[in-house]
Ligand binder design. Structure first.
Ligand SMILES: Cc1cc2nc3c(=O)[nH]c(=O)nc-3n(C[C@H](O)[C@H](O)[C@H](O)COP(=O)(O)OP(=O)(O)OC[C@H]3O[C@@H](n4cnc5c(N)ncnc54)[C@H](O)[C@@H]3O)c2cc1C
Length: 347
């Protein structure tokens, strides 16, 4: 008897869709826990937008998102994962396995991890460059605006709330509705009026930037000029949840994919991690979710110990059935241990 009597033969054990911090961490765990892992990544994504990295202990601030991701990719490849640049257009649930459609290729896998993230809805120009006056991550960047003049752009409840939250860091906060009618609730309106925030309704017509590229000021339709170090546009998130919806995963009203505490979705064999699931949109959080889902994938797939039910159906484990790790992963693990695989840390 072979393992394939119990589990289907597939190209990979786990396919991770999305190569940001969440997907790469899930892949790191599944690979190091003996599962043949494929990562398919279109490129871009939110982590790749980072000019600097904040809040990740052990990673210096001057590390860009692209550098961070390149190191992470090299790490998971060194452990034996396969990294493929491409776009996953569809995932078919075949009952006991999945077929992934990557560009014009079809690849089979026992489990799928969705780590597809979201895109921030961008306001209209004129805008400063991302990370130099235009910021999408409050928990990352509020620290750099302590005692600075800050704007928040938007016309809904979230914009009003973020403006009030920024008063924890500075006493100079403007809320810029840019000509849109406010849609925030009456309760929010009452709260807003009770906080020292200027609400500016005129749209922005121009801006000035310093030699270092950072925003210095916005000019408004009525000719006024207001100085800002930076701020946060609050126009919502476009979740990359199409694959999850097609697979039949439960999706929350806001577009996030519903998961349990280990990243399991409502569909067996499908996990979701990172910005695509509810929670704080932070790299350490995404990495924690990736780690938990990677371990859960291992626990859900590992063939040993064989259960009493399976022993009754398939018999005892033969000596030639172990170890369960594939030949190629065994060879990579041995080569890595013996220093034959260059790890990024050796650079
Ligand atoms: C400007 C900016 C700065 C930030 N700074 C920080 C910071 O300093 N510290 C911090 O902790 N957090 C920061 N964040 C938040 C952080 O970037 C995110 O929380 C984190 O990247 C989420 O990781 P993820 O893997 O879920 O998603 P992402 O990093 O967005 O990665 C998702 C990946 O999936 C790919 N993908 C999507 N669909 C498909 C498909 N169908 N097929 C193949 N690939 C697909 C995308 O192309 C992308 O590469 C910042 C965010 C922004 C926007």
């Amino acid at each position: 008897m072979t393992d394939s009597d119990i589990q289907p033969d597939t190209d990979y054990d786990v396919a991770v869709v999305g190569g940001g911090p969440a997907g790469l961490t899930a892949a790191l765990y599944t690979t190091r826990l003996g599962l043949d892992t494929l990562i398919v990544n279109r490129g871009g994504g939110r982590a790749a937008m980072m000019q600097d990295t904040h809040n990740v202990i052990g990673v210096t601030e001057d590390t860009s998102g692209v550098e961070f991701l390149q190191t992470a990719q090299a790490q998971v490849e060194a452990y034996g994962a396969t990294y493929q640049r491409g776009f996953v257009s569809d995932v078919d649930d075949e009952g006991d396995h999945f077929t992934l459609h990557v560009d014009d290729e079809a690849l089979t896998t026992k489990q799928v991890v969705l780590a597809t993230g979201f895109s921030d809805a961008e306001p209209d120009p004129p805008l400063p460059p991302t990370g130099r006056g235009l910021h999408y991550c409050l928990h990352c960047d509020a620290y750099m605006f302590v005692d600075e003049s800050v704007y928040v752009m938007g016309h809904g409840d979230s914009a009003a709330y973020v403006a009030m939250i920024m008063l924890n860091f500075t006493d100079e906060v403007d809320l810029l509705t840019r000509g849109d009618d406010p849609t925030w609730s009456e309760e929010t309106d009452r709260m807003l009026r009770a906080h020292p925030i200027d609400v500016i309704h005129e749209d922005i017509t121009g801006m000035t930037r310093g030699d270092d590229g950072w925003l210095e000021s916005f000019e408004f339709e009525d000719g006024t000029v207001r100085e800002y170090r930076g701020g946060f546009p609050m126009y919502g998130s476009n979740y990359n949840n199409e694959l999850a919806i097609d697979l039949g995963c439960d999706v929350n009203d806001d577009g996030t994919v519903a998961v349990d505490d280990h990243g399991r979705t409502s569909v067996d064999g499908v996990y979701a991690v990172g910005d695509i699931v509810p929670g704080h949109n932070q790299i350490p959080v995404a990495m924690g979710q990736g780690a938990k889902a990677g371990i859960a994938a291992h626990m859900d797939l590992r063939p040993f110990p064989r259960s009493v039910e399976d022993i009754e159906q398939y018999g005892s484990v033969d000596a030639d059935e172990v170890p369960a790790v594939s030949q190629s992963l065994r060879e990579t693990a041995r080569a890595f241990r013996e220093g034959e695989v260059e790890s990024p840390a050796d650079d």
